[in-house]
Design a protein around this ligand. Sequence first.
Ligand SMILES: [Zn+2]
Ligand SMILES: [Zn+2]
Length: 134
Amino acid sequence: MLSRTASCACGQLRIEVNGEPRGIGLCHCLACQQRTGSVFAALASFAAPFRITGMATDYVRTGDQGARFRFRFCPICATTVFHTEEGEEGRVSVAVGAFADPAFPAPTVSVYDCRRHPWVTLPPGIAAFDKDPP
Ligand SMILES: [Zn+2]
Ligand SMILES: [Zn+2]
């Protein structure tokens, strides 16, 4: 089966995932802008099993709809590599940039379009939602 590895910038925190992503999305919410330092987040969701190596520090943030997201980042270089949702440990959302692969498939969903910087244009055919779809 196809496997991919995402890594932090210094290389000590890694996650290996298998198969094609369940979904690939962009999030323009202000929390994602602040946690990434970029103007939107690009995330790919994968089903378990996945394999984590290295040390991670975590930070839990409660989303607008009450879900608790546990973000894992490298304590040395501070890259956010992946996060899980509490109670949904069978899947993981990985930061697309952490794969360092420009050939990674394009996103199909864009959420929190209400917070999108107006100069950010979306790929053709993407499904865009003003907030987070139910
Ligand atoms: Zn690192
Ligand atoms: Zn977000």
